[in-house]
Design a protein around this ligand. Structure first.
Ligand SMILES: Cc1cc2nc3c(=O)[nH]c(=O)nc-3n(C[C@H](O)[C@H](O)[C@H](O)COP(=O)(O)OP(=O)(O)OC[C@H]3O[C@@H](n4cnc5c(N)ncnc54)[C@H](O)[C@@H]3O)c2cc1C
Ligand SMILES: *[C@@H]1O[C@H](CO)[C@@H](O)[C@H](O)[C@H]1NC(C)=O
Ligand SMILES: *[C@@H]1O[C@H](CO)[C@@H](O)[C@H](O)[C@H]1NC(C)=O
Length: 516
């Protein structure tokens, strides 16, 4: 062989190896999917003391269930565990649950499916029937033949949360969990290394002090942990909380749909039994933002309409269909959908729930300098990261955070009886790439819309390249099953974003001209 051909052969070999390695890295299973195996498994010898979970909504329920596997005791503090929920703004807003939520919840509660079904829930293929600017995105049905598309849950949020709360407090794993109806007021630390005590004001006005082995902030959009730490004297940098304003409002219409009405609705067979009946996402450059119809539990259906704050949201049934006609995408909303909504508005007696969505925010605990955070403090759910809700990530995000917590608890030496000194740092360090990728993807997408106010230090131009890439990727996902599948898995948090950069996917995306 001449030296030139040897050179060509070895370069070719290098390129092929590089290509295979690139593909392998990008397509490797997301780390958190591997962590599902240990989720819900108790450790042999429990850590001593009490994990105190502040806030008993979805993140608090998940955190308390996981802590019960690892600590002698768990105390859940929330003022509204045993009464109507008034502190959760979106309690009655329509919710869709992504597939990772179901996967995680099933590990935590083996009877999850049965209990949810008994409350009227359905476990269905996780197909949101997504249409971007009117054009349908493919879902990976052919990759999961014979109806095997991964599942998710449909149930109104309030009902789902009710069942979760019952599972948490009455299930076989609940023996070491106690509830205090009250508000966590503040925390105390003399050595500035750990939180030594925490003050709770009970509903009757009395105050008690608790000594936590671990404090878990699950206070949702209040993000109370940040205030507790600052007022206890921890030096938390001023710029740790990032925030931008997607300027959105949401209206949820809930219809009553008895069988006699349901049979009159011209919904295609393939759409009635999936996670949503139809979802329309407006091109981000338009002001109107999205529509979704979900067949929920107990003869109800929910229609969600989202819009920029300055737009006119419908408040009465006759205003709904005219509002839908303001959506002018690349392809029109199908006529069957407009007919369905017309019938529902006429005969489904809709209730209206209008919400102004609070600004999006991310408390970047992982950027707090080493040693400045107490070792026994962590935050899960919206208390850490509050996303634009359009992508329906809240419940799956609680599971994602829960997987992080569960895996670092399982990694603690089985003979240890207390937390390591760097527990908090370990948690936020492992969690950071997961939360950051959700924050970046949703934030940079939102910057494309005319009404969004970027976070400090960024402009509407930030992320332009990503938005250009996103439009090409969505375009490819309307035609190519492999690209659509990658996007679908990332959306449902079943894969890491790296799958989108595997060589074949990247190539296909780059050569696809944008439809939008
Ligand atoms: C309009 C809208 C639509 C959404 N749609 C979806 C969707 O389709 N799918 C999805 O998965 N997610 C969706 N989300 C997001 C989801 O609702 C949130 O991510 C989720 O509620 C966050 O749960 P959490 O437990 O972190 O906080 P929250 O649900 O906000 O609960 C916080 C809890 O903390 C308690 N609390 C507060 N302060 C204290 C204190 N000092 N002491 C003790 N307790 C305290 C409160 O009483 C409350 O129970 C949507 C959000 C909005 C706004
Ligand atoms: C829904 O229906 C189930 C029976 O299928 C019932 O047990 C449950 O209480 C109902 N829930 C609501 C909120 O009406
Ligand atoms: C977000 O923007 C909307 C519309 O401009 C405004 O009404 C709202 O008050 C803003 N929210 C915050 C927290 O700045």
């Amino acid at each position: 062989m001449s030296s030139t051909s040897a050179w060509i052969a070895s370069s070719a070999c290098l390129i092929v190896t590089g290509y295979l390695l690139w593909e392998r890295i990008c397509k490797s299973r997301a780390e958190w999917i591997g962590e599902l195996d240990k989720l819900g498994q108790p450790r042999a010898q429990k850590l001593s003391g009490s994990a105190i979970v502040c806030g008993g909504s979805i993140a608090g329920i998940v955190a308390a269930r996981i802590c019960a596997d690892h600590f002698e005791n768990v105390i859940l503090v929330d003022p509204e565990m045993n009464k109507a929920k008034t502190r959760i703004l979106q309690y009655n807003a329509a919710h869709a649950f992504l597939s990772l939520f179901l996967d995680g919840a099933r590990r935590l509660w083996p009877t999850f499916d049965n209990e949810m079904r008994a409350a009227g829930g359905r476990i269905v293929p996780a197909d949101l029937q997504l249409h971007y600017s009117g054009v349908a995105l493919l879902a990976p049905y052919s990759e999961y033949p014979s109806g095997g598309l991964p599942r998710s849950l449909v149930l109104r949020r309030a009902n789902a949360q009710d069942v979760l709360q019952k599972l948490l407090l009455q299930g076989p794993q609940s023996v070491n969990i106690a509830v205090i109806d009250g508000i966590v007021k503040n925390v105390q630390s003399t050595d500035k290394a750990t939180i030594e005590s925490l003050t709770v004001r009970k509903l009757d006005g009395t105050q008690i002090s608790l000594n936590p082995a671990l404090v878990v902030d699950c206070t949702g959009s209040t993000q109370a942990g940040l205030k507790w730490l600052r007022s206890a004297g921890f030096s938390i940098p001023d710029d740790i909380r990032h925030s931008y304003n997607a300027s959105l409002r949401y209206v949820t219409l809930c219809f009553t749909v008895p069988n006699a009405l349901e049979v009159r609705l011209p919904i295609p067979e393939a759409a009635i039994g999936t996670l949503a009946v139809y979802t329309y996402i407006e091109h981000y450059k338009q002001t109107s933002c999205f529509i979704a119809l979900i067949k929920t539990d107990n003869h109800t259906m929910q229609l969600i309409l989202g819009d920029a704050c300055d737009g006119p949201l419908p408040r009465k049934a006759p205003e709904v269909v005219p509002f839908l006609s303001t959506f002018q995408g690349r392809e029109p909303i199908p006529s069957w959908f407009l007919e369905v909504v017309t019938l529902l508005c006429e005969s489904g007696n809709p209730s209206f729930d209008i919400i102004k969505i609070p600004a999006q925010s991310y408390v970047q605990y992982h950027n707090i300098p080493k040693g400045a955070l107490p070792s026994n403090f962590i935050a899960l759910g919206d208390a850490n990261l509050q996303l634009n809700p359009v992508h329906g990530q809240g419940f799956a995000k609680s599971i994602l955070n829960g997987l992080t917590l569960s895996s670092i608890l399982h990694a603690i030496d089985s003979r240890a009886n207390s937390l390591p000194k760097d527990f908090s740092t370990r948690y936020f360090k492992k969690s950071a790439p997961r939360t950051k990728s959700l924050w970046d993807a949703t934030r940079l997408h939102d910057y494309g819309s005319s009404t969004c106010e970027p976070m400090m230090g960024e402009t509407k131009n930030t992320g332009r390249f990503i938005r250009w890439f996103e439009l090409k990727m969505i375009s490819a996902a309307t035609k190519d099953e492999e690209v659509a599948s990658a996007l679908w898995h990332v959306r449902h948090m079943l894969a890491a974003e790296t799958v989108l950069f595997a060589p074949r996917i990247l190539w296909k995306v780059l050569v696809t001209p944008s439809l939008f």
